[in-house]
Write a protein that binds this ligand. Structure first.
Ligand code: PBG
Ligand code: ZN
Length: 328
C-alpha cells in the first residue's frame, strides 16, 4: 500500500480507452433472446400494437417472419415464441394441434433460418378459456392432467422443428415429464429451458395483454407461482428442475430477483437466463416517454447489470435495440 493508493481509481477511469480495456462486462448480440407474439387471428402481413408494451406487436405468420429478418439482421441468435390461438377452451385443445399457430410458425422460421435458435414458450394460459396456466378440476389446478397436455404440446413443437421448449406454467414435475415425453418420442435433442424461479409478480401486466389472456383471466397465479417473499423456494425450484433434467433455468422477473440470479449463477450448475419481463421493460419505456430518463441508456444498464449478476442469457423485448456490442 502506498500512501496515495486512494487515488488509483481516478487513474483507472480518466481514459475512455482504459475504461473499455478494463471493462469486466460487455453486452453482446449473443446474450439475447428476443420474444415474439404470434396470433392466429391476424392474417397476411398484419400486426397489432400492444397496449402497455410500446414497440412490441402481436404478429401474423408473415409479419413474424419479417420481424425475424430484422432480428437476424441485427445479429440476434435466438427467439422465443408465444402463441395466441383463435379458439380457447377448457382443455387448451388448440395448443398441440399440428397446424396450430406456434407449430406453423416454428416450421416457417426454421425453414427460412435454420440456424436461428428457436425456443417456444410452453404453457396453457393463452389456450384456456379461463386463462390459467393449467386445466382446472373443481376450480383447482390439476397438476398432473396439465402435465399430460404439456407433453403433447412439447412433442408437437418438436415435430415442427423447435430447438428448445420453455415450460412457464410452474406445474410440479414438469421438466421430468417433458424430458421423458420428448425422449420417448425421439426428440432427445430438444432442450428444456425451465422457468424455474418464476415469481407471482405484479410485473406481468403488459404481457397478459400481449398474450391475449387479459380478457379471460380473472384472479391471480399465487397458487402455483413463487411468492416474492420466498428466496429459498426460488433456489429449490431451480435445484429440482436441474435434477429433473433442465438444460437452462430462467429467473423471472429479472432485476428485482437478482439475488436469485446471483446465487444460482455462483452455484454454476446450469446457465442462468434472466427474463427482463414486460413490466420491467414498460417502466423504462414509460419513464422515457415522459422524458424522465434516457431509454437506451437505461435498457443497456439494466441488461449489463443482469450480466454482472450472473446471467448467461437475457430474454428481452428490447433485444434488437440494446444490442450494439456496446462497451458500456
Ligand atoms: C405465462 C407467462 C407469463 C409471462 C411469460 N409466460 C405471465 C404470467 O405468468 O402471468 C410473463 C412475461 C412478461 O411479463 O414479459 N405462462
Ligand atoms: Zn401460463
Amino acid at each position: 500500500m502506498t500512501l496515495n493508493s486512494f487515488s488509483r481509481m481516478h487513474r483507472y477511469r480518466q481514459s475512455p480507452n482504459l475504461r473499455k480495456m478494463l471493462s469486466e462486462h460487455k453486452l453482446h448480440r449473443s446474450d439475447f433472446i428476443y420474444p415474439l407474439f404470434v396470433s392466429e387471428r391476424l392474417k397476411e402481413g398484419k400486426k397489432e400494437s400492444i397496449k402497455g408494451l410500446p414497440g412490441v406487436f402481436q404478429h401474423s405468420v408473415k409479419s413474424v417472419l419479417d420481424e425475424c429478418d430484422r432480428a437476424v439482421s441485427k445479429g440476434i441468435l435466438s427467439i422465443i415464441l408465444f402463441g395466441i390461438p383463435e379458439l380457447k377452451d377448457l382443455v387448451a385443445s388448440q395448443s398441440y394441434v399440428s397446424n396450430g399457430i406456434v407449430q406453423t410458425v416454428i416450421k416457417k422460421i426454421k425453414s427460412k433460418y435454420p440456424e436461428l435458435y428457436v425456443i417456444a414458450d410452453l404453457c396453457l394460459c393463452s389456450y384456456t378459456s379461463h386463462g390459467h396456466c393449467g386445466v382446472l378440476k373443481n376450480n383447482k389446478l390439476d397438476n398432473d392432467e396439465t402435465l399430460l397436455i404439456m407433453n403433447k404440446i412439447a412433442c408437437s413443437y418438436a415435430v415442427a422443428g423447435v430447438d428448445c421448449v420453455a415450460p412457464s406454467g410452474m406445474m410440479d414435475g414438469t421438466v421430468q415429464s417433458l424430458r421423458r415425453a420428448l425422449d420417448s418420442d425421439g426428440h432427445s435433442s430438444v432442450s428444456i429451458m425451465a422457468y424455474s424461479s418464476k415469481f407471482a409478480s405484479s410485473l406481468y401486466g403488459p404481457f397478459r395483454e400481449a398474450s391475449g389472456v387479459s380478457h379471460s383471466f380473472k384472479g391471480d397465479r399465487k397458487g402455483y407461482q413463487i411468492a416474492p417473499t420466498q428466496f429459498k423456494e426460488g433456489l429449490t425450484e431451480a435445484a429440482l428442475d436441474f435434477e429433473e433434467g433442465a438444460d437452462f433455468v430462467i429467473v423471472k422477473p429479472a432485476l428485482w430477483y437478482m439475488d436469485i440470479i446471483k446465487t444460482l449463477s455462483e452455484e454454476g450448475v446450469l446457465p442462468v437466463v434472466g427474463y427482463h419481463v414486460s413490466g420491467e421493460y414498460s417502466m423504462i419505456k414509460a419513464a422515457s416517454e415522459a422524458e424522465m430518463l434516457d431509454e437506451t441508456l437505461a435498457m443497456r444498464e439494466a441488461m449489463l447489470c443482469l450480466k454482472r449478476a450472473g446471467c448467461s442469457l437475457i430474454i428481452s423485448y428490447a433485444a434488437c435495440d440494446v444490442v450494439c456490442d456496446s462497451d458500456y
